[in-house]
Design a protein around this ligand. Structure first.
Ligand code: NAD
Length: 453
């Protein structure tokens, strides 16, 4: 029986390994983590992360060929294939602070593998890492190898939170990069055989190591760039009376462009986009490519601009001050169907409103009060460094809001600011609300109270 061990029981390691175990009954999969509470949660009825469909997959395999354990060294030493899916946050201090990836967790994982390995191993980079990381990892492993052969593969993960299980069941592609040596290619084929249990062969792409590492950063940069592009257009729409939904529909109908990732919003969030683009920017700078670095940096700048534009719109609409005004914030995670609050735009929006002394009440069905308090108290980039305790999935119940009742209980004029363009603005206007929807023609009130960017 092939044995897989995965270091890191987070948003990627947990769901990815659960799906491998489900699809490959002939493979034993053990997920390990340095955080005991995480492993305990994976072994309990309340998993540490919320993902639609995840509970069912884990329940089907746990205890059969899927295990969660704290005994890292034992399982690493027994494994044939080791996935490393540890966090790779943005550095907060030292060289490259605020941009470069912090590979502390990765390096200590590699050193530990070198220390405990007694047989040949395939080590798979599942974490998103800077291009050329495999070279550094190879050096750590081979300098401490005691004659053991290590093959490093890059197998970046493309799942999206909120649809992780669906994405893992039906990936657009699986990417495996390896050394172009006979041993490297043999390792590529071994990993390919794992995915081939359920992914059609023509969707399993094999490349050299550097292409695979860079493709992940490139894919996230392209996705985030689309969001910043449409968000930049949303500002122009508000200034001109165009409607961003109509513009993005018309643009997306062009088959060369396509309709996905063209929704204007208060900005992208999540643990990956900003971190990976900053990392890309840093790599470009280190390679003497300042123009390329600046090009990608602009994607982040527009995202920050969009968040502050939203806050400014709220404040300016309410007579240029929200001091002591009560504001309800609906939704806090960075998108629906997840409890993940890392880099959620809600943090910047709430901090902006708090900075103007608003009284805010926040509700998200997937996020605990404790987590929200922690997020609002933390400095930028700090979220991924202390062990990030995940919100327990409290409820999945969908709730409907009685906007008429809400309106009746509010001070007038009553406002709704829609950072996702999800409410029925016409209905709310009929009730009496002043509604701001990103990139949509402005209500008369909002036109008279222009936001200062
Ligand atoms: P996470 O913080 O949820 O999980 C990482 C886990 O690794 C933590 O539980 C941590 O305790 C553990 N860990 C750290 N060092 C360890 C060690 N030496 N041994 C064992 N466990 C260790 O992070 P995540 O969201 O799962 O992301 C992991 C990687 O995958 C990152 O590089 C990220 O960029 C990448 N990625 C994330 C997503 C996503 O949607 N979250 C998607 C694709 C790729």
């Amino acid at each position: 029986m092939v044995k897989i061990c995965c270091l890191g029981a987070g948003y990627v390691g947990g769901p990815t390994m659960a799906v491998i175990a489900l699809k490959c009954p002939d493979i034993q999969v053990v997920v390990v983590d340095i955080t005991k509470s995480r492993i305990d949660a994976w072994n309990s009825d309340t998993l540490p992360i919320y993902e639609p469909g995840l509970d069912e997959v884990v329940k089907q395999c746990r205890g059969k060929n899927l295990f969660f354990s704290n005994d890292i060294e034992k399982h690493v030493s027994e494994a044939d294939i080791i996935f490393v899916s540890v966090n790779t946050p943005t550095k907060t201090r030292g060289l490259g602070a605020g941009k470069a990836a912090d590979l502390t967790y990765w390096e200590s994982a590699a050193r530990m593998i070198a220390d405990v390995a007694k047989s040949d191993k395939i080590v798979v980079e599942k974490s998103t890492v800077p291009v050329k990381t495999a070279e550094a990892i190879e050096k750590i492993l081979t300098h401490n190898s005691n004659g053991i052969n290590f093959q490093i593969l890059s197998n970046p993960e493309f799942l999206a939170e909120g649809t992780a299980i669906q994405d893992l069941f039906n990936p657009d592609r699986v990417l495996i990069g390896g050394r172009e040596t006979p041993e490297g290619q043999k390792a590529v084929q071994t990993l390919k055989a794992v995915y081939a249990h359920w992914v059609p062969e023509d969707q399993i792409l094999t490349t050299n190591l550097w292409s695979a590492e860079l493709s992940k950063l490139a894919a996230n940069a392209f996705l985030a760039q689309r969001i910043s592009s449409v968000n930049a257009m949303s500002a122009l729409c508000e200034a001109t009376g165009a409607n961003v939904s109509e513009v993005s529909y018309a643009v997306g109908k062009d088959s060369r462009i396509g309709p996905k990732f063209l929704n204007a919003s208060v900005g992208f969030g999540g643990s990956c986009f900003q971190k990976d683009i900053l990392n890309l920017v840093y790599i470009c700078e280190c390679n003497g490519l300042p123009e390329v670095a600046n090009y990608w940096k602009q994607v982040i700048k527009i995202n920050d601009y969009q968040k502050s534009r939203f806050v400014n719109r709220v404040v300016s609409s309410m007579f240029n001050t929200v001091a002591n005004k009560k504001i309800a914030v609906l939704g806090f995670a960075f998108k629906k169907d997840t409890g993940d609050t890392r880099e959620t735009p809600a943090i910047d929006v709430c901090k902006g409103l708090l900075g103007d002394k608003a009284k805010i009440s926040i509700y998200d069905p997937q996020v605990t009060e404790d987590q929200i308090q922690r997020d609002l108290a933390m400095n930028k980039f700090d979220w991924d460094h202390p062990v990030h305790l995940q919100p327990m999935s409290p409820t999945t119940t969908k709730q409907t809001l009685d906007y008429k009742k809400i309106y009746d209980s509010m001070q007038k004029p009553a406002f709704v600011f829609d950072g996702r363009n999800v409410v029925d603005s016409e209905k709310l206007r009929e009730i009496g609300f002043i509604v701001y929807s990103i990139g949509k023609p402005l209500d008369g009130w909002l036109k008279d109270m222009p936001a200062v960017a």
